[in-house]
Design a protein around this ligand. Sequence first.
Ligand code: 5GP
Length: 187
Amino acid sequence: MEKTVSMYNDIEKILVTRREIDVAVKKLGDMITEQYEGKELVMVCILKGAALFFSDLIREVSLPMVIDFMSASSYGSGTESKGEVRIKKDLDRPIAGKHVILVEDIVDTGNTIYFLQNYLKDRGAASVRVATLLDKPARRKVPLKADYYCFTIPDAFVVGYGLDYDEKYRNLPDIGILSPGVYGAEG
Ligand code: 5GP
């Protein structure tokens, strides 16, 4: 309790509450259930940020599926990715002929997910769609439109519900804008 309270002290503004997330995730799960009936579905979690969203979302999809995990990092100076993406953990199973949904926490410049989508298409997936919890369209650098998204947010750095700053705040139940003072304190 004390720890959660102190995490909230670092949050400038709550953007999305846990309750709003629950409603949106359920709606998205229903949509996927409707659209993927009869297809060989593979839902892929992009680690680590999407882990919480993923675990909630897959339980709202009432279809047989395979789950898998990928981890990628983008190179670039500072906090901005430059489009050079490196895969740190690849899928465990082949995806040729499968219908893939890449589940991401946030699409910012779009570089990471754009790269991963093309990478999986090249490996013969029947289709590769993107489901993201948050979309920050203002900062897009590549022609990528998420097929499914829960919330569009302004150009601010957010944490919580899986999203981190320096590996912290992932366990915050809501999503909020991190106070600039916290960056300053990190130097
Ligand atoms: P992109 O390649 O779209 O620029 O970057 C996507 C990745 O950048 C996300 O998966 C996430 O790890 C990180 N990212 C972008 N914006 C934010 C943000 O506002 N907060 C956090 N915690 N991570 C972000």
